[in-house]
Design a protein around this ligand. Structure first.
Ligand code: MG
Ligand code: ZN
Length: 190
């Protein structure tokens, strides 16, 4: 059995806090995780369109001491189980546990997490979309050649106002991001 042509899927790369769940100061407990009302439906539509879904999140709370790896695992199990109710499964969740002063290669906007995701899930970052609410998300998306989408949820309005990053598009929320992807996807890559 051989696969002569790479039939890999395209991927949506998602920030977590302020993008798929409501921003919560120092989120450290699964009970604090609340999806936006439209998250499940929006991600489900992406799945139906054939995309893989991967979360890319900075979690410096580990470095700062209010999070540990067990807590992150619990939070991400909770995230998967909330999404499962909506028929959605995240293909993977990558997190950077480091602080800004640790000079790791994975903290957004550095590309380490996406480099690892590309190696493990075999997709083309140039055909991917990076969705987030902060400049680091947009800078990261641009750095790997993805189409970057800034949401006005979470810190997004502040990010837009600061004007320090150059997203491909700015939209109100995840649903509008999916609408935009749906309209552009075929055209972008035909
Ligand atoms: Mg965020
Ligand atoms: Zn890191």
């Amino acid at each position: 059995m051989s696969f002569l042509k790479n039939q890999s899927r395209d991927f949506i790369l998602l920030d977590r806090d302020g993008t798929i769940n409501i921003e919560h100061h120092y989120l450290s407990d699964p009970d604090q995780l609340k999806l936006f009302p439209d998250t499940g439906k929006a991600l489900y539509r992406l799945k139906v369109m054939g995309f893989g879904l991967i979360v890319i999140t900075n979690q410096s709370g580990v470095y700062l001491g209010y999070l540990n790896l067990a807590k992150i695992r619990n939070i991400h199990n909770r995230l998967q189980s909330l999404l499962k109710n909506e028929g959605v499964y995240l293909d993977d969740i990558y997190f950077c546990p480091h602080g800004s002063k640790e000079n790791c290669t994975c903290r957004k906007p550095r590309t380490g997490m996406i480099d690892q995701a590309v190696a493990e899930h075999k997709f083309d970052p140039h055909r991917s979309f990076m969705i987030g609410d902060k400049a680091v998300d947009i800078d990261l998306g641009n750095a790997v050649g993805a189409t970057s989408i800034l949401l006005r949820t979470g810190w997004g309005i502040k990010t837009e106002r600061e004007g320090k990053c150059v997203p491909s598009v700015i939209v109100n929320n995840l649903t509008d991001a999916v609408n935009w992807i749906e309209q552009r996807y075929e055209k972008l890559y035909e």
